[in-house]
Design a protein around this ligand. Structure first.
Ligand code: SF4
Length: 294
């Protein structure tokens, strides 16, 4: 067994009657010669980092060193408390958690890369918000994390999870696919529903540019993390409702890689295209460079 195909992961899980998380733990134990207990302990620590990064900036405002981003998680938290979020509390909370984790990343704090630092808010944001809604235990969250990990591992093996190689589809798109599958596992859905949710989420990010302003993982990254939580949750809900992706999951991953190879370098984390070279993007870069020189 290896992480080369989402279809294989799904079929193996269905054939053996176990959730994807159990297959992932078996593969990890075989590949690294470790015990399931070791992996659970490691993931408990990962979950703890996810929890702290997702809550760190909800109560206290913090700004990045560049001053480009910050204070969003606090605002979202106040909005949830005082207003009725249009998208519902779970989606709004997922966005708030993702904002906090991404703000921690932008301030050089400790986050769990999932799959990368730039996309560190999506999977934990969805896991924690959906977990709260469902009353999930830590064990449930860890199993969901394993399912998300399996999806991410296949995408990393089969395609790429690097923004520099494949644009933001490879980072935020992968994170959304991982989170969608994880959310389905939290609902105890079978493997085909989890993998279908991943396909739906990833499809929605195809072609997305990596175009960070000033070359910093802040604009548009922080807000993009928040918004991609709703992509993941909607993909999970659609899959749970029985809506199938016409294009199979592995084909979606392959399409993502093909798009990556066809993407110009200007929109692959080079800071030479997209939002980075808008009038405002250029102005911010000039200000940031002047500030750095002084
Ligand atoms: S825009 Fe680029 S740096 Fe920012 S999250 Fe997306 S892939 Fe990462």
């Amino acid at each position: 067994m290896s992480f080369t195909s989402l279809a294989t992961l799904m079929e193996d899980a269905l054939d053996t009657g176990v959730p994807i998380s159990e297959l992932v733990i078996t593969i990890e134990c075989e590949d690294y010669g470790v015990t399931p207990e070791f992996i659970y302990e490691k993931l408990q620590r990962t979950l703890s980092v996810m929890r702290s990064s997702c809550s760190e900036y909800i109560e206290k405002e913090s700004f990045s060193l560049s001053g480009l981003t910050g204070g969003y998680a606090v605002r979202m938290g106040e909005y949830i408390k005082n207003c009725s979020p249009l998208a519902g509390e779970t989606v709004a909370k997922a966005a708030m958690y993702a904002l906090s984790a991404s703000e921690v990343n932008a301030s050089m704090g400790v986050i769990a890369a999932a799959p990368t630092a730039g996309a560190c808010g999506i999977l934990p944001g969805v896991l924690l918000a959906v977990g709260e809604k469902l009353g999930s235990t830590d064990d449930d969250l860890i199993r969901a994390l394993l399912t998300g990990t399996g999806v991410g591992a296949v995408i990393a093996t089969r395609a790429t999870i690097s923004g520099a190689e494949g644009g933001c589809q490879a980072e935020c798109g992968t994170a959304a696919a991982m989170a969608a599958a994880a959310a389905c596992e939290l609902k105890c859905a079978p493997a085909d529903v989890c993998i279908n949710a991943a396909a739906l989420a990833l499809k929605n990010s195809l072609g997305l540019a990596c175009d960070p302003v000033c070359g910093l993982v802040e604009v548009p990254c922080v807000k993009r993390n928040a918004i991609f939580t709703s992509v993941a949750i909607t993909a999970a809900d659609m899959s749970l409702a029985g809506i199938k992706s016409v294009i199979p999951a592995d084909d979606v991953v392959d399409a993502m890689m093909l798009i990556a190879t066809e993407m110009p370098a200007s929109i692959r984390e080079s800071g030479l295209g997209g939002l980075a070279i808008t009038e405002t993007g250029r102005k911010l870069k000039r200000c940031f460079e002047e500030k750095s020189e002084n």
